[in-house]
Write a protein that binds this ligand. Structure first.
Ligand code: NAD
Length: 272
């Protein structure tokens, strides 16, 4: 746990060295007290919250890009639009996407419970798997900054449709299904590399960060901007910042508490 010098910041402890936070320890109890007192919690989640559901992250030790750096390049929008072979491979990968069989885990369920208690002001997720909604968070409260893999969008006319019907077409032999309305290139309704974020969505995320009394960043390397900027923004606006992640992040020094260890253990422990 690291202190940022603001009122209420915890004294440095073992987690400064990356030692795992231990359930029942003094630092966990302190964070638990903060969360119990908070009325406007804003959660910021990344791929790490869904690894226990069987969806690998990108940059963690077993991440998709850690194991295969070329995969990052293949996910750029320029390659996708220019190369039919990249699209065909992408459709085959979508058929096998782990999201179709994944179920929410203990981490997702804790955030749904915070909403039921009326204390979750907002949930900003970088994930595209919709597991927060499946765990019980209301869609109105979830801000998906990178979109969702459960929809397709037409690059030409902007038409949106359920992913499942496009996947049925691929199963029936279409290697690169086109928009049924205009014939344009279809892709998942997610933000690829090189693709612009949706300004209104980012604005909503930043507004939430500025309104939080406690920002809970979970399972993200906090390396992707502008969303990572929610952390310093919330801190500047006076919120306590708690980071739960297995690995260090660039904002650990700024946070009031850094809990390193498994999300599936730590999140239930601090929110119970
Ligand atoms: P990331 O892959 O950059 O980092 C994930 C972090 O979570 C890593 O630091 C890793 O060590 C940690 N982590 C993984 N499992 C953990 C666990 N069980 N307990 C504790 N820590 C754990 O994730 P990111 O910052 O969200 O960025 C990757 C981008 O890729 C996201 O923006 C997202 O759009 C996309 N993505 C989404 C999904 C999904 O929807 N589930 C999966 C992979 C990637």
């Amino acid at each position: 746990m690291t202190g940022n010098g603001r009122a209420g910041a915890a004294a440095p402890s073992a987690t400064d060295d990356g030692v795992q936070a231990v359930p029942g320890s003094a630092q966990l109890e302190r964070v638990r007290g903060w969360i119990a007192d908070a009325q406007r919690i804003v959660a910021l989640t990344g791929a790490g919250i869904s690894t226990d559901s069987g969806i690998p992250d990108f940059r963690g030790p077993q991440g998709v890009w850690t194991r295969n750096p070329a995969a990052e390049k293949q996910s750029t929008i320029q390659n996708y639009l220019a190369d039919p072979d990249v699209r065909k491979a992408a459709w085959q990968a979508r058929l096998r996407h782990p999201a179709w069989t994944a179920r929410p885990n203990a981490g997702h369920e804790v955030l749904a419970e915070l909403e039921r208690q009326g204390r979750l002001h907002g949930l900003v997720t970088q994930n595209i798997d919709e597991l927060h909604q499946r765990a019980g968070n209301s869609p109105e409260r979830v801000v998906e900054v990178h979109g969702t893999v459960r929809r397709v969008m037409c690059w030409q006319c902007g038409e949106r449709a359920p992913m499942e019907s496009a996947l049925d077409r691929v199963r029936n032999g279409e290697e690169d299904p086109r928009c049924l309305r205009c014939g344009g290139i279809l892709k998942s309704d997610t933000i690829s590399f090189g693709q612009a974020l949706v300004p209104e969505v980012i604005e909503r995320a930043m507004t939430l960060a500025g309104e939080a009394d406690l920002l809970l960043a979970v399972g993200s390397t906090l390396q992707v901007y502008p969303v990572a900027g929610m952390v310093p923004l919330a801190a500047r606006a006076g919120a306590r910042v708690v980071i739960v992640n297995a690995e260090p992040t660039p904002f650990d020094e700024l946070a009031d508490a850094v809990l390193r260890g498994p999300i599936g253990v730590l999140l239930p422990a601090i929110c119970a």
